[in-house]
Design a protein around this ligand. Structure first.
Ligand SMILES: Cc1ncc(COP(=O)(O)O)c(C=O)c1O
Length: 445
C-alpha cells in the first residue's frame, strides 16, 4: 500500500528543531582527519547539562506503580506543589485551580494558541519553537523586533497593536529570554503591561528559564504584574534538567474560569493527562525545600560562570559582539561587523554562516539567526554554552566553589574544555575569514 499524507500536513514546514537535526546529519560527519578527532563542538542544542535532581528521580522510582490515568488538569498534589513553588521562588500567587499540567510547555503553548482568538505578536529574535506552531495553526502574526537593548519597547508594541483590528491580541513574551539570555526588569514589564491593558493584549509569558536567573531577585513573573491578562508557562525541562520527562504547566489569569473549561476540553481531547508517575516525580521537584534550593543555587552559579566566560571570550575576538546573559544558558552573538570578510568567502546569510562553521576543519555547531526569526542576512547566532559534563561540574563546584575571577575562569576551562576549545575554533574560523582562507579544505581520505 502507498500511503498518502493529508494535504494539510504536507503543507507544514519542517520545524526548526528538526531542521537543525537534519542540518547536522547532512553537514557534519566524524572527520577522518587526525586533528579533527574532537567530533563536534556543540553550541546548537539548548539542553541543561546537569543531572535530574535526586528527589525527582527517587520520587519517579517510588511512583512506578501509579498506573491509573490522572485527572485532566493534573494530580491535585502537583497543582498544589506548583502553587507553593511559584509563591516561594517567584512571589507569584498561583492558586492551584489556576494551574494546568501538560506534556511540556511547548504542547501547552500550542493548546493556548488553539483556544485563544486573535493575532499573535512575536518578539524577535525568538525561540525556534513558536513560529512553526503559529504557522501550523494558521494564525495571523506579526513580528516585533527587539531594540538594541535586546528587549522589545512598549512604544513599538503600542504602535503595532494600534494597526491590528482584532478584538484581542496575543503577545508571546519569553522572559528570561532564549536566545539573548536577557531578563525583562520589573519596570519593563510594568510598561509592557500598561500597553497590554490599553490594547487588550493577552500575554503568554514563557518563563521556562525563570529559575536560572543568575540573580534570582532580578526576575519578576509577568503573572504578578498583569495577573488579569497573563498565562504563565513553566516546567521541569530547564530548571530541573528534565526535558525528557515532558512536564510543563500553565497558570491561567485571574477570572478565566470559562476559558479554563474550554482548555480542559482540548487537553482531554488531545492527550487525556500527563503520565501519572512523572507527575509524582514533579511534585518532588516543585516542592520547595533545602535539597531543591541547593540544586537550583549550584545550577545557576555554574550557568553564570559559563555565561561570563563565554561572553568574555567571544567578545575578545575582533569584530564579535554578544549579549551579556543574566539567565539561561545562551547568548546571542553578533558577527555582522565581519560581514565584509565573510561576504568575500561567499557568506552573506546566517544559514551560510552555520554551514561554513560546521564543515571541516571547524566542526562547530551554532543556531543561525534565520532559525531565531531574524532577517536571513543578519549574521547573528545563538550560542548555547552547555557542551560539558554537568554532573562532574556540580561535584567540583560542591567541593570548592570558585571565588576569584581567576578561579572562575579556571573552573570554566577545567569543567568545560570543549566550550573553551569551541570558542577558540570560532576565533580561528573568523581569522581565516579575515585572511581570505575560508575555502573549505578537502577532507583527507
Ligand atoms: C524558550 C523556550 N520555551 C519553551 C521550551 C520548551 O519547553 P518544554 O520542554 O517544556 O516543552 C524551550 C525549550 O528549548 C525554550 O527554550
Amino acid at each position: 500500500m502507498r500511503f498518502v499524507a493529508d494535504q494539510q500536513v504536507e503543507d507544514i514546514e519542517m520545524p526548526e528543531n528538526l531542521k537543525l537535526n537534519t542540518f547536522l546529519q547532512e553537514f557534519h560527519s566524524d572527520c577522518p582527519a587526525p586533528e579533527c578527532r574532537f567530533g563536534l563542538y556543540g553550541f546548537a542544542f539548548g539542553q541543561s547539562p546537569f543531572h535530574v535532581p535526586a528527589p525527582v528521580r527517587e520520587a519517579l522510582c517510588a511512583a512506578a506503580g501509579a498506573g491509573s490515568y490522572a485527572a485532566v488538569p493534573g494530580i491535585p498534589e502537583l497543582r498544589e506543589a506548583i502553587s507553593r513553588y511559584n509563591r516561594h521562588y517567584f512571589g507569584f500567587d498561583a492558586a492551584p485551580e489556576r494551574v494546568y499540567v501538560g506534556p511540556g510547555t511547548k504542547e501547552l503553548m500550542f493548546n493556548l494558541l488553539e483556544i485563544l482568538h486573535g493575532t499573535v505578536i512575536l518578539p524577535t529574535p525568538a525561540w525556534l519553537g513558536y513560529l512553526p506552531q503559529i504557522r501550523y495553526l494558521k494564525k495571523n502574526f506579526h513580528m516585533l523586533p527587539a531594540r538594541a537593548s535586546g528587549r522589545i519597547h512598549p512604544g513599538d508594541l503600542r504602535r503595532l497593536a494600534l494597526r491590528l483590528h482584532d478584538r484581542q491580541k496575543i503577545l508571546i513574551l519569553n522572559n528570561p529570554n532564549n536566545p539573548t539570555g536577557l531578563i525583562y526588569g520589573r519596570r519593563d514589564l510594568e510598561e509592557i503591561a500598561a500597553v497590554c491593558r490599553e490594547q487588550n493584549i493577552a500575554v503568554i509569558s514563557d518563563e521556562i528559564y525563570a529559575q536560572t536567573a543568575f540573580d534570582p531577585g532580578a526576575f519578576t513573573s509577568m503573572g504578578r504584574i498583569y495577573p488579569e491578562g497573563t498565562f504563565v508557562t513553566n516546567g521541569l525541562s530547564k530548571s530541573h534538567a528534565a526535558g525528557g520527562y515532558r512536564l510543563g504547566y500553565v497558570v491561567f489569569p485571574h477570572h478565566a474560569q470559562a476559558l479554563r473549561a474550554q482548555f480542559k476540553k482540548i487537553l482531554a481531547t488531545e492527550y487525556t493527562a500527563v503520565s501519572t508517575p512523572v507527575q509524582h516525580a514533579a511534585v518532588a521537584g516543585f516542592e520547595p525545600g533545602p535539597k531543591m534550593d541547593e540544586y537550583f543555587a549550584t545550577a545557576r552559579a555554574i550557568h553564570r560562570i559559563m555565561a561570563e566566560y563565554t561572553h568574555r571570550e567571544l567578545c575578545s575576538i575582533d569584530g564579535v559582539r554578544a549579549t551579556r546573559p543574566e539567565a539561561t544558558f545562551y547568548l546571542l552573538a553578533d558577527f555582522n561587523a565581519l560581514s565584509g570578510d565573510l561576504a568575500r568567502a561567499g557568506i552573506t546569510t546566517s544559514q551560510q554562516l552555520s554551514e561554513a562553521l560546521i564543515v571541516h576543519p571547524y566542526h562547530t555547531a551554532i543556531v543561525g539567526g534565520d532559525s531565531l526569526v531574524l532577517e536571513r542576512t543578519d549574521l547573528s547566532a545563538r550560542i548555547a554554552y552547555v557542551d560539558y559534563d554537568g554532573e562532574a561540574a556540580f561535584a567540583r563546584y560542591a567541593e570548592a566553589p570558585p571565588r576569584t575571577a581567576h578561579e572562575r575562569t579556571e573552573f570554566a576551562e577545567r569543567c568545560a574544555p570543549r566550550v573553551a576549545a569551541g570558542i577558540r575554533m570560532m576565533a580561528r574560523f573568523l581569522a581565516d575569514a579575515r585572511a581570505g582562507r575560508l575555502a573549505p579544505e578537502p577532507i583527507p581520505a
